[in-house]
Design a protein around this ligand. Structure first.
Ligand code: 13P
Length: 286
């Protein structure tokens, strides 16, 4: 089913797993992400930046996610990642995205609340879910850079006030992760996550999932992380494979010979991650 963030994270809460949110960077890799979810029997969140949505076309992304969700009987959410302008959010909602993130984390706290609240009002009228963010996540994404030194952890008291005042369906928190960290792993602040999770009753979201050590993932799940973003790991795998295949190919050979191995590389990563995210052993024992 083509569905919403609220729907899939509610189920994740009931069964104690986390839903993988994977950034697609082109149209080529998109079907592989959904096929990976189907093979794992899991829901999936496909997310795009605004620039990727414009590059591929919002309507094209919506059409593919809808038709693949129906044909493959997979729960698919299409989510707009890190939007800072209301107009970009409105465009995604009007064109059929089922979930949006308003990222006001760079704004003064009260302004973040006010703007997020306006997004929630518009989105909920259209049956669309909203993710908000407080605190700052380090690293670089789509050209926007936040220095390690300027990272601000999410304050648990602010999280309570923010959720209450905005009505968001999910909250992205800063507990030590960085966007785009793929050469090393980060130290996640589990005590802080526990504190936030004890006070806040909406699903929590991890950004910068590439830099999270896989051995920490179950601790994150057990403490309320219900959406887990992974982008760079897919991008790097696709690009590495593409360098290899395009470097070797004859120029008149069908492009699919170069592109299918890139999509397959991404599919394997997504299947592996979803296996961890689904806490499969626990589900079987329930
Ligand atoms: P990575 O690219 O670091 O995995 O982070 C993805 C993300 O958080 C998208 O918002």
């Amino acid at each position: 089913m083509y569905t919403t963030l609220k729907e899939v994270t509610s189920r994740a809460e009931e069964l104690n797993f986390t839903v993988g949110a994977f950034n697609t960077h082109n149209l080529e890799m998109l079907p592989s992400l959904i096929h990976a979810a189907k093979e794992q029997g899991a829901p999936i969140i496909i997310q795009t930046s605004i620039d990727t949505a414009k590059y591929i076309g919002h309507e094209n992304l919506v059409a593919i996610c809808k038709s693949m969700a129906t044909k493959n009987m997979v729960d698919v959410v299409l989510h707009l990642d890190h939007a800072r302008e209301f107009d970009d959010i409105k465009e995604a909602i009007d064109k059929g995205y089922t979930s949006v993130m308003f990222d006001g984390s760079h704004l003064p706290f009260k302004e973040n609340i006010m703007k997020t609240r306006a997004v929630v009002e518009y989105a909920h009228k259209h049956g669309v879910s909203v993710e908000g963010e407080i605190g700052t996540i380090g690293g670089t994404e789509e050209g926007i850079h936040v220095d390690e030194d300027n990272k601000v952890y999410t304050d648990p008291k602010d999280a309570v006030e923010f959720v209450k005042a905005t009505g968001v369906d999910a909250l992205a928190i800063a507990i030590g992760t960085n966007h785009g960290q793929y050469k090393s792993k980060t130290e996640v602040n589990i005590p802080l996550l526990k504190e936030i999770n004890a006070l806040v009753d909406v699903p929590l979201v991890i950004h910068g999932g590439t830099g999270v050590n896989e051995k920490d993932i179950h601790k994150l799940i057990d403490n309320g992380i219900r959406k887990f973003n992974v982008g760079t790991e897919l991008l790097v795998a696709w690009t590495k494979k593409a360098k290899e295949t395009f470097g070797e190919t004859k120029e008149n050979k069908s492009l699919r010979h170069n592109i299918i191995p890139c999509n397959d590389a991404v599919k394997e990563i997504v299947k592996h991650k979803i296996g961890i995210f689904m806490n499969k052993e626990d589900l079987i024992n329930k």
